[in-house]
Design a protein around this ligand. Sequence first.
Ligand code: DC
Length: 225
Amino acid sequence: MLRIAIDGPGGAGKSTLAKALAKKLGMIYVDTGALYRTVGLFVDRNNVDPKDEDAVTEIIRDLEVKIAYENGNQIIYMNSEKITDEIRTPKMSMYASAVSAIPSVRSFLLDTQRKIAATENVIMDGRDIGTVILPDAEVKIFLTADPKERARRRYEELIEKGKNVTYESVLEEMNTRDTNDSQRKIAPCVPADDAVMFDNTGLTLEMSVERVIEIIGNKIQLLSK
Ligand code: DC
C-alpha cells in the first residue's frame, strides 16, 4: 500500500495539489476537512453552538458521515443527504475548525479515515494525517505558504464560486483558524517528525506537483533499500 499524507494550514494548496497528484498517480484523494465541515453543517442545522462540547457530543449521536466516490470525485453523505457546496462557506470553515477541537468529534471521524486508507492507495489531506490518522504513512508532506498568499488563494476560490467576501475578511478568518487548528490540545496542526516540509509560495501547481513527485520518489527509493 502507498499512503501519502499531506498536512498543513488552510489555503496552503493541499487539496489542489493532492487532487492533481491522485490523478497522475492513479490514487484516491481523501479530503478529510470535508468530514469536519459536514459535522459543522450538521451542528448548525441543529442550532447547536459548535464550541459547546457536551451539546456537540450529544447531537453527533444522530449523525452518520460516509465518504463515497462518484466519477473519481469524493462525495460526502450526511445521514442520507448528499453534501456538496454547502460546506464550502466561510461560516462552515469556522464551524469545522470549532468542532474539530472536540475530542468526541475527532474519535467519531477516525475510523472512517483509517478504513479508506486500509483498502486503497490514498493521498489524504488534513491537519493530523501524518501525526494521528496515518502515523505509518510511507510519505508525509507538510505544506505551507505565505499567509497573505494563502488568503489570496482562498479569496479567489470563493469569489470564483460567487461568494460575497472581502480579502480582509478571508485573511482574518484564516488567521483565526490557523491559531485554533495549530494550538488546540488535541491533534494540533503540526508537522510529523518525519514529514518533509514544503513551502510552495510563488510556485505554480505544475512546479509543486513536480517537487512532490520528487519527494515521493526519494522516499520510495529509501523504503526499498
Ligand atoms: O481543510 P479544511 O479547510 O477543509 O478543514 C476545515 C477545518 O477542519 C480546519 O480548520 C480544521 C479541521 N480539520 C482538522 O481538524 N483535521 C483534519 N484532518 C482536517 C480538517
